[in-house]
Design a protein. Structure first.
Lengths: 294, 265
């Protein structure tokens, strides 16, 4: 694998780090299996693409994308909290609807964001090679997000969010409005995913309605790989490990695809993803079983 | 103070599986009064507690806490005034949160939760002191996950959590039933101490006739959703476990006691 390919994988891993943080928030913190991300990721990309090609500031485009993502999460939360629709099903409904919404936003299935001012462009003049500038800027953004999230989850409000996911009955008995926490957490989770989509559109140079397919699996893969690599229970380390997991996962996929002896093609990506996630799910269990036997 | 007037709670009303769990209960507990509640399975003990906490909305009747009508208030909203400890030690805390995080969560019960760090220095110090008072050597394990503790330790901490935020009312739902005898004894003593210290108006459901007479100053027996016995003062003082069991039998119309529904001792 070439250096360019390696840093490209790191870059993609960092972009999906935002998605992984969102998925972690929904799946692990709120215990809410949320497929909305398959729709809120391309929504973020679409919103950013339309805003940037429309001449708006790329940072503003990111904020818009995050708000759009948050809105998607709120819709899912609304279906679940207000009407008691099963969480997974509620998120699938939102996801399906978002496919149409995203087509409406862009007015077509895909859109180029080439030769536009993006959040990265100002940093190209700092003397680093282009393929290093992107991961560097993204790393700073994602690490800042990790710190903010860790601080939030350690606050009184954040603790209530965690309790609402971990033990809703206990949370209610302690005065936590569980429904409100689900709204908030789902909004935040999908805002992060929308932001990831916005960064993806700017760095990949396009937005596509189909780019959301499998976002949830990639996010979950990152969460699981991260949890396998770091066993710590502190929130800061857990969040950090999710981002590392996202990068490691991308690099692993890149390595698998570029290893000639494996005869894999780029189109095998989804198969490789499924195999990697399955392995990550099985390995801890196998290890535990072997330990139990000894 | 708790006051319950003509309370009716029916589950699945209007369906073939309709069940009248609470069937017209009137009950007033003075401020700081500690009453124990007994009754066979399905008598409505837990439902009465759930109704007071807001988990089981009543069809009829009124519930007041400290003079304020809370009948239609959501459980989270009245949680600032009502603290609870459940039978299942796992139900009262979050296994994946640390001991101090669980306590910090309870310390904000009923308050507006902001973005201030939940574990700021003052609070940590205070929580540590409260845990040290237990004498269970948990004060040096404040960062440990709750899930690592035994059921008894979790139940003791649940009691501490119940008294962190200055509640008026404490609802205990067979909170020693799942513990081994030694730990149950410890939790009973702790209950007595904390209730007295904080002057809590307390309702404690128990299956143990011994506990029902030993703790508090009043004992209430429920049967089929109604209060069938309400004793306090001299009459209660002169009563022993056998008398109470005899009364229990009479209430049930001479039915033989089945061992699962009642533990004597």
């Amino acid at each position: 694998m070439s250096a360019i390919a390696f840093w490209g994988a790191v870059e993609l891993g960092l972009i999906y780090g935002f998605v992984a943080l969102g998925v972690f928030l929904a799946f692990r913190v709120l215990d809410f299996p949320d497929l909305t991300v398959d729709g809120s990721f391309p929504l973020g990309a679409a919103v950013a693409a339309v805003a940037i090609t429309g001449g708006w500031d790329p940072w503003f485009a990111c904020v818009l994308a995050a708000f759009g993502g948050a809105l998607c999460g709120l819709v899912t939360a609304f279906l679940n909290v207000r009407f008691g629709i099963l969480n997974l099903l509620a998120s699938i409904l939102t996801m399906i609807a978002l496919f149409s919404v995203n087509l409406r936003i862009m007015g077509r299935p895909n859109m180029a964001v080439l030769n536009q001012e993006t959040v990265i462009t100002p940093f190209y003049d700092l003397g680093l090679a282009d393929h290093l500038v992107r991961p560097a800027v993204l790393a700073v953004l994602v690490l800042a997000t990790v710190l903010l999230l860790a601080r939030f989850l350690g606050s009184d409000f954040g603790l209530a969010t965690r309790a609402a996911g971990a033990n809703p009955r206990m949370a209610r008995a302690n005065g936590v409005d569980v429904g409100r926490q689900i709204y908030f957490g789902m909004g935040l989770s999908n805002a992060l995913t929308g932001l990831g989509g916005a960064l993806f559109a700017q760095i990949a140079g396009f937005a596509d309605v189909t780019s959301g397919v499998g976002t949830i699996v990639v996010g979950l893969a990152a969460v699981i790989v991260g949890e396998t690599l770091f066993r710590s229970r502190t929130m800061l380390v857990a969040l950090f490990s999710v981002v590392v997991g996202s990068v490691v996962y991308r690099v692993a996929v890149q390595m698998a695809l570029s290893a000639d002896f494996l005869f894999l093609k780029a189109s095998d990506l989804n198969l490789v993803t499924a195999v990697l996630v399955t392995l990550a799910l099985i390995l801890p269990k196998l290890r535990a079983r072997r330990r139990a036997v000894q | 103070m708790i006051s319950v007037e003509a309370l009716h709670v029916t589950f699945n009303p209007g369906t073939p599986i309709e069940r009248r769990a609470v069937n017209g209960i009137d009950l007033t507990l003075a401020e700081g009064e500690f009453a124990t509640v007994i009754g066979s399975n399905g008598a409505g003990k837990s439902t009465l507690l759930a109704a007071i906490a807001g988990d089981a909305p009543p069809q009829q009747g009124r519930i007041k806490i400290g003079g304020r009508d809370v009948t239609r208030e959501a459980p989270a909203k009245r949680a600032g005034r009502v603290a609870r400890v459940f039978q299942d030690p796992l139900a009262g805390s979050c296994a994946d949160l640390s001991i101090e995080e669980n306590l910090a969560l309870a310390a904000m019960r009923g308050a507006r939760r902001g973005l201030r760090s939940a574990l700021h220095a003052d609070r940590r110090k205070h929580l540590r002191e409260r845990v040290a008072e237990l004498g269970l050597d948990l004060e040096d394990r404040m960062g440990d996950r709750m899930g690592l503790l035994s059921g008894g330790q979790r139940q003791a901490l649940a009691l501490v959590m119940a008294t962190l935020a200055g509640a008026e009312v404490l609802l205990l739902d067979e909170h020693t039933a799942a513990l081994d005898p030694g730990m149950a004894e410890f939790v009973v003593d702790l209950t007595r101490r904390l209730v007295a210290e904080h002057g809590l108006t307390t309702l404690m459901v128990t299956h143990s006739m011994r506990q029902a007479l030993d703790l508090g100053s009043r004992t209430i027996m429920l049967h089929e959703g109604r209060i069938v016995l309400d004793i306090a003062g001299e009459r209660r003082k002169n009563m022993d476990v056998d008398d109470l069991v005899a009364m229990f039998r009479r209430v049930r119309g001479g039915e033989e006691l089945d061992d699962d529904s009642l533990r004597i001792g």
